[in-house]
Design a protein around this ligand. Structure first.
Ligand code: SF4
Ligand code: SF4
Ligand code: SF4
Length: 294
């Protein structure tokens, strides 16, 4: 296992949103725009939250500088954190969500049954689900998969590749952690007393390592992510799996019973008003008989 991580440094991020565009481009995610379709957030943050077509957003918090001209920006990143103790993996009843060999939480989309337990369980409120109207398919999970298709070919994730000031990077998790601690030390020396590393231990240690420039309240991140939020779903997991098996089994039985059904075998009895099941010869005799009686 390679144990890789995505690195995000909020103190280097310029809020350009290039990562958001790159993510959509690589993952073929649309950007539907309709008049007033985006709620006004009063900030530059747009869209205001993750959605079924948006796997990563940059969060914007601005505040006026004390005793000085201008404002300070706290840019943050909202995306799947690729938790080691991944609540979504724990509750997923179908095996759709799992850890890959690099430690990232990826999806076998064909296995998603659209139950949305993962969204309820995720302490970062990350998974979103496509509806039938988006891709013409059943409801399925969508979230960052660390650009697994790129990583498998030795490339960095799309968002990382596009980031101009190197606020994003990608590599062995231990290296990303060392780098994050060095950067935090550097920030402390420059007066950013609240700067810290995020992701080292949270949720069992995440595979997104962040440098937070300001206090954690400036970022949409939980201080102590609760990875047992989906405990009830976890109890239900075997039942849901059983129900899924039951539904598939039921459909199989229905198919088996319906197999061999042909309209030729059915006839409408005009006296009893019943549809009766007959073989083809019987149907013909029945029709002749009814015609004779008329
Ligand atoms: S952030 Fe949420 S969706 Fe991503 S791995 Fe952690 S629990 Fe799963
Ligand atoms: S790693 Fe890939 S899927 Fe995840 S946010 Fe970056 S570009 Fe999007
Ligand atoms: S591309 Fe880099 S600098 Fe631009 S918003 Fe994304 S993380 Fe920040």
């Amino acid at each position: 296992m390679a144990d890789l991580a995505i690195y995000y440094d909020s103190s280097k991020c310029t809020g350009c949103k290039g990562c958001m565009v790159a993510c959509k481009t690589w993952n073929n995610l649309p950007s539907p725009i309709e008049l007033n379709s985006q709620p006004y957030s009063g900030t530059y943050q747009n869209p205001v939250d993750l959605n079924e077509n948006t796997r990563t957003i940059i969060t914007y918090k601005e505040r006026k500088r004390e005793n000085a001209y201008g404002i300070d920006w706290a840019f943050g990143s909202r995306r799947c954190m690729h938790c080691t103790d991944a609540a979504c993996v724990k509750v997923c009843p179908s095996g759709c969500l799992y850890h890959d060999d690099n430690g990232f939480v990826v999806m076998d989309i064909d296995k998603c049954i659209g139950c949305q337990y993962c969204r309820a369980a995720c302490p970062f409120d990350v998974p979103r689900h496509t509806g039938v109207n988006v891709r013409g398919a059943d409801i399925k999970i969508d979230k960052c998969d660390a650009c697994a298709t790129r990583v498998a070919h030795g490339m960095k994730p799309a968002c990382v590749t596009t980031c101009q000031p190197n606020a994003l990077d990608f590599g062995p998790r231990e290296e990303m952690l060392t780098r994050a601690h060095e950067r935090v030390e550097w920030l402390h020396k420059r007066g950013y007393a609240d700067a810290r590393v995020y992701g080292e231990t949270e949720a069992g240690g995440t595979h997104v390592i962040m440098v937070l420039k300001y206090d954690i309240s400036q970022y949409d991140l939980p201080e102590n992510p609760n990875t047992n939020k989906g405990a009830a779903s976890n109890v239900m997991k075997p039942l849901t799996a059983l129900a899924a098996v039951g539904i598939v089994g039921g459909l199989g039985i229905t198919y088996a019973r319906a197999h061999g059904y042909h309209r030729d075998h059915m006839a409408y009895d005009t006296k009893t008003h019943d549809v009766v099941d007959m073989d083809k010869d019987e149907v013909e005799r029945h029709i002749d008989k009814e015609a004779g009686e008329r």
